[in-house]
Design a protein around this ligand. Structure first.
Ligand SMILES: Cc1cc2nc3c(=O)[nH]c(=O)nc-3n(C[C@H](O)[C@H](O)[C@H](O)COP(=O)(O)OP(=O)(O)OC[C@H]3O[C@@H](n4cnc5c(N)ncnc54)[C@H](O)[C@@H]3O)c2cc1C
Length: 344
């Protein structure tokens, strides 16, 4: 089966039922993501369910396996005033959400949390606690879990899904690779670049989407702080100038950014589709392999991947004619705790 950051989870949950091979290509956009648990898609009932499941999954991971690189941190998101009239749709998937208020209102209500007070140049926003995910810890951690359970990894380029006919079922999580492998040109690359700064003791995140067409964010990580982002569709090769611009933009959001030395720049292409494709490929039902597609997660792959992986498990079960009655998640987390920490 193919793998992406997301789909390693699904084997992880259900490895005893599947054939346990993951085919990797040469690069993952997942390695370079920022990555915060703040979705931006318009909600649907299915997305809500997936996000809630993902939130529960990351919550368990934080508690049980801090070495996996997922932490809960408080911060605030600035948005345009019309959006802030209601709390964000994902309020039940993050924690302690409250609206930010202008300093004058905060004085009047004698609020004790400085994060709920808007800076003078911002008009609206929310304060909440959410997950920050560090792919460079999470992805190797997941791989180690899978190897521990006997999953093997193969690195090779696949030119057609029919090359994988020795497998009964293939889960196609190839991101942008689906343009050719699933012949789906509606998946398109959207570039993103981030600047890494030396960790400065920063303990809060901030994200600003209040200006249309622009995004700014500062997320503290274990040893670094990641700041972004770049304009949609823009790929910048003038790395020094880009670094300075990102630093200037983000120090307006978080002043301590200005004094933090840069340690690197990361970039990649998000596999964007109008909605991600998560379904059985009906045209594959009478051939080998049968295919379950799971690609096109754009800038939200980390937000939704545990929920998507659970859905993949359901679809594979249905192809195998199994009832999805097992509590995979609980079983998996029990097994995780068997791995000695020294190996992680
Ligand atoms: C700067 C930046 C910031 C981001 N911030 C966030 C964030 O805050 N929150 C969030 O949720 N998401 C964020 N994202 C988006 C997130 O990184 C993606 O949604 C996610 O990583 C997509 O994962 P994927 O597994 O689908 O793709 P990938 O990670 O690219 O994995 C696809 C895999 O398929 C393999 N493959 C493709 N074609 C073939 C082939 N022909 N043969 C063999 N293998 C193949 C690839 O090599 C790779 O292993 C960000 C992305 C960027 C670039």
């Amino acid at each position: 089966m193919f793998s992406s950051s997301a789909e390693t989870y699904s084997s992880y949950w259900n490895e005893s039922l599947w054939s346990n091979t993951i085919v990797l290509g040469s690069s993952l956009v997942s390695d370079v993501a920022a990555a915060s648990f703040i979705p931006h898609s318009a909600p649907t009932p299915k997305l809500r369910e997936m996000l809630k499941y993902s939130s529960d999954f990351y919550g368990d991971l934080c508690r049980r396996s801090p070495e996996a690189g997922v932490v809960l941190k408080k911060g605030r998101e600035f948005v345009d005033p019309p959006r802030a009239k209601v709390l964000p749709w994902y309020s039940d998937c993050v924690f302690d959400v409250s609206p930010c208020v202008p300093a004058s209102d905060a004085l009047a209500s004698s609020t004790s949390d400085p994060l709920t007070v808007l800076p003078s140049d911002k008009q609206a926003g929310w304060r909440f606690t959410t997950f920050l995910i560090e792919p460079r810890f999470l992805i190797p951690w997941l791989r180690l879990q899978l190897e521990h359970f006997g999953v093997t990894f193969e690195k090779r380029k696949v030119t057609s899904l029919s090359d994988l006919s020795s497998f009964d079922i293939v889960v196609n999580c190839t991101g942008l690779g689906a343009r050719t492998l699933a012949n789906d040109v509606s998946v398109r690359p959207v570039s993103g670049q981030v600047l890494l700064l030396r960790f400065s003791g920063l303990n809060e995140w901030v994200r600003d989407t209040s200006t249309p067409g622009s995004i700014g964010y500062v997320y503290p990580q274990r040893n670094t702080v990641v700041v972004g982002g770049t304009k949609v569709g823009e790929v910048r090769n003038d790395v020094d100038i880009l670094s300075e611009e990102l630093k200037t933009k983000c120090s307006q959001l978080m002043p301590s950014v200005a004094a933090s030395p840069s340690v690197g720049i990361n970039g990649g292409y998000r596999p964007l589709r109008s909605t991600f494709r998560l379904e059985i490929d009906e045209s594959s039902l009478h051939q080998s392999p049968k295919v379950v597609h799971n690609y096109g997660h754009g800038g939200e792959g980390f937000c939704f991947s545990p929920g998507c992986a659970r859905e993949v498990v359901r679809l594979v079960d249905s192809l195998l004619g199994r009832q999805c009655g097992v509590d995979y998640e609980v079983q998996a987390l029990k097994r995780v705790s068997k791995i000695p920490r020294s190996k992680l």
